[in-house]
Structures are given as C-alpha cells and as structure tokens.
Design a protein around this ligand. Structure first.
Ligand SMILES: Nc1ncnc2c1ncn2[C@@H]1O[C@H](COP(=O)(O)OP(=O)(O)OP(=O)(O)O)[C@@H](O)[C@H]1O
Length: 597
C-alpha cells in the first residue's frame, strides 16, 4: 500500500507534465490519481497550493466538543510519534490541532496548518483530509502523492467522521508526520481515532435523535424491508431504503408523514406513492413519541406494482401529452397547475396569441418552446434582446413568411412603447398564427405585465416563481446537471434543504448559476453542502423565516431585482430609507452578494 517514493516522484512529474496515464502513472493508486485530477480542475498550482484562511468554522461545535477529550487522551502517543493531529469540519476547515513536538509544530506552522485555515482539496490539492472528505473513506497520502510541493516531505493519514445517527459526513481527523516516520499501522490507528470520536458524538446526540434512533433500530430488524425514520431535520434509513429513495422522495415522504402526524391522514394506515424512479410503494406511517409529544415518524415501505393510489400520490405531469411540457423538469402541484393553465390557454382558443409574463428566469421561453415544438416543422423565434435597433423590420420579416407557422417572440418587455404597440398590432392582424410572446415583468407591473403590453390581444399567464415550486428542486437539479455536464450526481437532501432556503431572485437563472458553479470540476458521484458555492451554503444555514418575514424578504429581493441590484433605487421604490433597507436585509439574514439580479 505504501508507494515507493522514487516511483511516486516520477509519476507526479509525468502527471504535472501533462501525461494522463501509462508509464509511472500506472503505479499510482486510483484514489490519488483522481484527487490529482480534481486538484488541477480546481485551478491549483503545486507551488502555490497552501492552506488559506477560512471563515465560518465552529471550533466549539458538536464535533470539536466530542473530539477534544478523545484527542487529549492520545497526547502521550503523539509525543512519541513526532506527529500532529488535525480535526476538520466537512468543508476542510481546521477546527483544532494537537501536536506535542515543538519542531514538528513549527513545520506545521510554516505550512499554515493552523486552526482557522482550510486544508480542503480545493485549497491545497491532494491530502488525506481532502481525499477522506471527498471519497468518504480513510486514506494515507505519502510524500510525493501530495499535490502541493510544500507537503512532499510529509505523510498525512485521514479518516472521515460521520454523525453516529444520520451517518452524515461531519469532517475528518488526520495525522501528519514526516515521510520517514510513515508506518503502515498509522491508517488503522487513525481509523480507530475516528471511531472513538463517533462514539463520543453518540453521547452528545439529543434526546430527540436518540429516540428516533431507538425507534429505527427496533423496527429495522428485518433489513430486507426499506425503513426510514425521520423528522424535519434528521433522516435515518436502512440500506434497502437508501437504495430505493432519492432526495426528492425523502421530502415527499416527510410531507406525507407530517400530514399523518397533523391528523389529516391516517396514522398506521397505508398510502400509495410513486417514487422518483417510477417504483410504486405502499407506505405505512407510525409516529415516534416521547410521552405526549410526537417527535417524528417511522415509515415502512413495501414495494408493489399494484398499489392503488389513495390520498397522497406524487403529483405528476399529465401523461401522454402531445406537447413537450411533460419532458420538462417539474412534478409539484404548482408546476402541474402551471402546465394545465398553459395547455388550456394554448388549445382552448386555437390561434389566440398567448403572452407569458413573470419574474426573470421562471422558464417562460423554455415552456413556450416546448409548446411550439413539433417534429414536422420548426417554429421561428425572435428575441427583442437581439434586435434592439431593427425590431419592427425583423418582426415584419417573420410575419411575411408563408406559411406563417408558429412564432415565439421573446423578451417583449425590452421594447419601447412604440415598438411594443407595433408588435401588439402585428400579432392582432394575424389571428390564425400560433404566437407565444414572453415578457419579464418587474415587481411593480400589474400581474407581471409590463405597461407597454397591456393591449396584448390574447390571454396573459403569469409563470410561478421558483420559491413557489421548491418541491421541484430535486427534479430541476437532476435535469440541469445532465444538461450542463452530461452527468447526474446525487444531490444530498441537506443540499436540497439548503437550496430551499435561498431567495432565488433570478429564479432558474440563479439555479443554473449555482448548479454550474457547484459542478465545475466536480467529479464525485455525490454533491454535499460543502460543494456549494460559499455564498449559497452560508445563506442556506441561516434561520428559517416566519411567514411575515418571508413576505418582507420577497418584497426586498423583488424590489432589488427590479432595480437591477441598485439598493438606493430599491429603497426608493419601497418607500423606505436606504439605511432601513440595509437593516432589514441584515435582520432577515439575506446575503445578496452572490444573488443574480
Ligand atoms: N423546466 C425546466 N427544466 C430544466 N431547465 C429549465 C426549465 N425551465 C427553465 N429551465 C432553464 O432555466 C433557465 C431560464 O429559463 P428561461 O430562459 O426559459 O426563462 P425565462 O423566464 O424565459 O427568462 P427571462 O425572464 O430572462 O426571459 C434556462 O437556462 C432554461 O434552460
């Protein structure tokens, strides 16, 4: 397992010289080679890859409190080992460092391996902590297997630490020593250290988590049947359930369970549900109680192909539609209602031009294309953003075509009063044409309809904003990942929960930006909160807003959006002082720095 350092040095040189495989590289373990590739994709250079200062670490949190006594007990062994131990959170931020040998402490200082710095793979490239967090497996990284030139004389050995109840990744514990002190037994020693810390964490879990765990353990005796025990924040599944469910199923199941607990559904009764993978299951919900208090729910799933859908079924798009809406991502009730309204408007008044309005990025053009797309003949698309100076002529060209066919007129809100009036007249003069227009409405437009387009000669439909269809997030994440990268990694339920708490002022434009930033250089099959852009993960960890606060937050983000991010203009539009706007943004915990206006 320990790699010959001469071969490792040659392999590293070959890799950094641009070689992708073969030669000395064949001797490199796949886990190290994959991490080298990720390090390059993070844009790191071996000479400059150094731990950097990180913000937001919690050195007194649950993980540090559990680990401290475990590590204190190892002080004597550490003194003999001439080594240092580091504890990181799941984002690679150093929560603590234990080192007895002064000279070795100075070596770590020189490498900036100090509490408060970040030793994640994105910061320093291949090291034991980065690999343990990325792969979820204990790893030894020896000398030339490191990416950073400054770490070549070190060996690092790391093991991931998971929450003992939910098995969620919390961070890593690592031992660092000089290459000459490397020993094959270091890996089992560090693994045991991680197990001891997990055991100490178990002593800290809340009564609520413990009771959920007990309910789960006593019911999951037969591991063949999928069992899931959950409350709003904790999800415990057995292997059979985690194979069957994805993040979107977990939130649907929690909604169903909460529904039963609230008394709107039968507790103990059976409900039918169709999972994201198309599998039908029968769901049996029982409550987990603590005296008179209901803590959560225990859910047993029985796969069946003949389950009759009863009260709660996953909302689906209407089947076998001729238009392309069913191919678009979205399964929640708001999306289904939006599709129904679109179909009714497009088919009830054949030929009547439909105008889709709403906030930016609500998918207006995308649904319009799906409705206009036919295999036999392409539709014509004209975007006002591309014809700032010659819109009326371009429009006349489109309407002069014979046969006219179907037309998408995009971003009509960009037209001035005259051009908009010419457009509504042109559309009204061609009643047989199948025209769909889109216009992005500002916060002050009535029903999202820009004032220049009030004469539109047909139905006007307002697209739902993303915050009203958050149940579609897992579906959208899957669709956008595939579309943007050709791959579809598994987005963890924590990520989905974090994303649910974002303000999404640019709706799907903002979501596309987040997916793109998250998946850039991402190769792991899973996406966790530590992979999200830092602005998003920080904002997602804020407290949940009350109903009134949500309305306030929405008014603020909408006004900022309408003002293109200009805070003075947004404050004027809301009739409040700029200082009040800043105060409210702070009080509501809105981080608008990374928002797309
Ligand atoms: N249902 C969907 N599934 C997957 N991706 C979608 C879906 N709807 C929209 N998108 C993506 O979201 C982004 C924004 O969509 P679109 O351009 O259709 O919004 P829009 O409302 O027309 O925007 P604007 O207000 O700027 O004109 C695009 O990248 C699009 O591909």
């Amino acid at each position: 397992m320990l790699m010959d350092q001469t071969v490792a040095e040659r392999a590293r040189e070959d890799f950094l010289g641009g070689r992708v495989d073969g030669g000395a590289l064949s001797a490199v373990r796949p886990v190290i080679l994959a991490s080298w590739r990720r390090s390059l994709m993070h844009g790191l250079s071996p000479e400059r890859a150094l731990p950097r200062l990180a913000t937001g670490a919690d050195p007194d949190g649950q993980l540090s409190r559990a680990a401290r006594p475990v590590l204190e007990r190892r002080r004597a062994t550490l003194a003999e080992l001439r080594a240092g131990i580091t504890l990181t959170d799941q984002e690679g931020r150093l929560l603590g460092r234990w080192v007895e040998d002064r000279r070795f402490a100075r070596r770590l200082d020189a490498r900036h391996v100090i509490p408060g710095s970040c030793i994640a793979e994105v910061a320093v490239g291949t090291n034991s902590s980065g690999v343990a967090v990325e792969t979820g497996a204990p790893t030894i990284v020896m000398g030339y297997e490191h990416f950073s030139t400054g770490a070549l004389s070190m060996t690092s050995v790391g093991a991931p630490i998971r929450h003992p109840v939910t098995r969620r990744l919390l961070g890593s514990v690592n031992l660092t020593c000089g290459v000459d002190d490397t020993h094959a037994l270091l890996l089992p020693w560090v693994r045991e250290l991680a197990a001891d810390i997990e055991q100490a964490l178990l002593g800290q879990v809340s009564r609520r988590e413990r009771l959920l765990l007990e309910a789960y353990v006593s019911s999951a005796a037969d591991a063949r049947h999928p069992v899931i025990c959950l409350d709003e924040t904790t999800v415990i599944t057995n292997a059979a359930a985690s194979r069957l469910l994805d993040a979107s199923d977990q939130s649907v199941i929690w909604e169903l369970a909460a529904h039963c607990i609230a008394g709107d559904g039968r507790v103990g009764g059976k409900h039918a549900l169709t999972l994201a993978n198309g599998q039908s299951v029968q769901v049996e919900v029982t409550t987990v109680e603590d005296g008179p208090r209901t803590l959560g729910a225990l859910v047993r799933l029985t796969p069946t192909d003949t389950a009759t859908r009863t009260r709660v079924t996953r909302p689906t798009n209407e089947p076998a539609e001729k238009d392309g809406l069913a191919q678009l991502a979205g399964r929640g009730p708001a999306w289904a209602a939006w599709c129904r309204r679109l179909r009714a408007a497009v088919s009830a008044e054949v030929g009547a031009p439909v105008l889709l309005t709403g906030e930016p990025g609500t998918g207006k053009a995308t649904v319009a294309r799906a409705l206009l797309q036919r295999e036999d003949a392409p539709f014509r698309e004209l975007d006002a953003a591309d014809h700032r100076d010659d819109w009326v002529r371009a429009l006349a060209d489109v309407f002069a075509a014979a046969p006219l066919g179907r037309v998408l007129l995009r971003r009509l809100d960009l037209l001035d009063g005259q051009a908009a009036a010419a457009t509504t007249r042109m559309v009204a003069r061609h009643p047989g044409a199948h025209v769909i227009g889109t216009a992005t409405g500002g916060a002050h437009d009535l029903d999202g309809l820009p004032s220049t387009l009030v004469d539109w000669p047909g139905p006007v439909l307002v697209a739902p904003p993303l915050r009203d269809r958050l149940e579609d997030l897992p579906d959208l994440l899957r669709a956008l990942s595939t579309h943007l990268t050709g791959r579809s990694p598994r987005w963890s339920s924590e990520v989905v929960q974090t994303l649910r708490r974002q303000p999404w002022p640019g709706n799907l434009h903002s979501l596309v930006a987040v997916v793109r930033a998250t998946l850039e250089g991402h190769t792991s099959p899973d996406v966790g909160t530590h992979h999200l852009p830092s602005g998003v993960s920080a904002r997602g960890s804020r407290r949940t807003l009350t109903g009134l606060e949500q309305i306030e937050a929405h008014a603020l983000t909408s006004a900022l959006h309408a003002a293109g991010g200009n805070k003075r203009e947004a404050a004027d539009a809301l009739g409040i002082a700029r200082s009040t706007l800043y105060r409210k943004v702070r009080a509501l915990g809105l981080d608008l720095s990374a928002a797309t206006f």
